[in-house]
Design a protein around this ligand. Structure first.
Ligand SMILES: Nc1ncnc2c1ncn2[C@@H]1O[C@H](COP(=O)(O)OP(=O)(O)OP(=O)(O)O)[C@@H](O)[C@H]1O
Length: 242
């Protein structure tokens, strides 16, 4: 898909968030276009998760505006945002540990699908996320990477328009990271716009078309991964730290 000139799915204009005296996010402008795979990076405490939480409706912005498909998200409840196609996978797996893989996917997909279509959707997700052989396994018995894959499957079970991923490969080894990277590319190729947060630059390099750097709540830089990695100021405040 030609992403560069596609329509904006999400637009943050002058968005800020204060927690008491702390300015966690400050005057952030951000445009995510249809079909894009966009990454937010920055040092700890830069405001990345707070931006996700404002998009999800967990926090209201203190100021500024967030438009989703051209409509303001102000006053839109979390559940309505989900129904409008905004889905999130948080860092800590939000799976039901005592239930099986199949049951977890069923719970996620049955919000949108029923009967034969539901079974077809579950089978598709099991196949796509390499979980077919674990269909009847209790989720607590799965590895961290398998649980992350499952949650990714649950996050796209309702065919979202915009998928937010908070550090999707945190705590994973190289093989699992590679698997998740391929999976994200596949999800994106299927037409889902993705905004993700990560600290693993190799992973970011393998995926992101556009990168936005946050620092102390503000947008610090933006561009392609090459622009960002060649930006001396970004290297100084973030990339040179590890
Ligand atoms: N609910 C809250 N109440 C008070 N302060 C908060 C709250 N949530 C976040 N903060 C503060 O806001 C700032 C931005 O936090 P945020 O979690 O958005 O950063 P981040 O870029 O996601 O960091 P990390 O990479 O460590 O996850 C931090 O100083 C944090 O302590």
């Amino acid at each position: 898909m030609q992403v560069q000139n596609s329509e904006p799915i999400l637009k943050l204009s002058n968005v800020g968030k204060s927690f008491g005296g702390l300015r966690a996010v400050d005057e952030v402008d951000l445009v995510i276009r249809k079909g894009e795979l966009h990454c937010l990076i920055g040092p700890n405490g830069a405001g990345k998760s707070t931006i996700f939480k404002m998009i999800m409706g967990i926090f209201d912005p203190s100021d500024g505006q967030i438009l989703y498909k051209g409509k303001s998200l102000a006053h839109m409840k979390k559940w309505d945002r989900f129904k409008e196609g905004i889905s999130i996978k948080m860092q800590v797996p939000g799976v039901f540990g005592d239930l099986t893989v199949y049951e977890n996917l069923r719970i996620a997909a049955q919000r949108t699908y029923s009967k034969k279509a539901l079974e077809e959707k579950i089978n598709y997700l099991l196949e796509e996320f390499n979980l077919t052989h674990l269909k009847g396994e209790t989720v607590n018995n799965l590895s961290h990477g398998q649980q992350q894959s499952l949650e990714m499957g649950m996050a796209i079970a309702n065919d979202p328009t915009l998928l937010l991923l908070d550090e999707p490969v945190a705590g994973m080894g190289p093989e699992e990271t590679q698997f998740i990277s391929n999976l994200i590319k596949k999800i994106n190729n299927n037409g889902i716009t993705i905004l993700f947060i990560d600290h693993d630059m190799e992973f970011v390099r393998s995926l992101a078309q556009q990168v936005t750097v946050l620092h102390l709540g503000k947008k610090f830089a933006e561009g392609t991964i090459e622009d960002i990695e060649n930006n001396e100021k970004v290297v100084e405040i973030y990339l040179g730290q590890s």
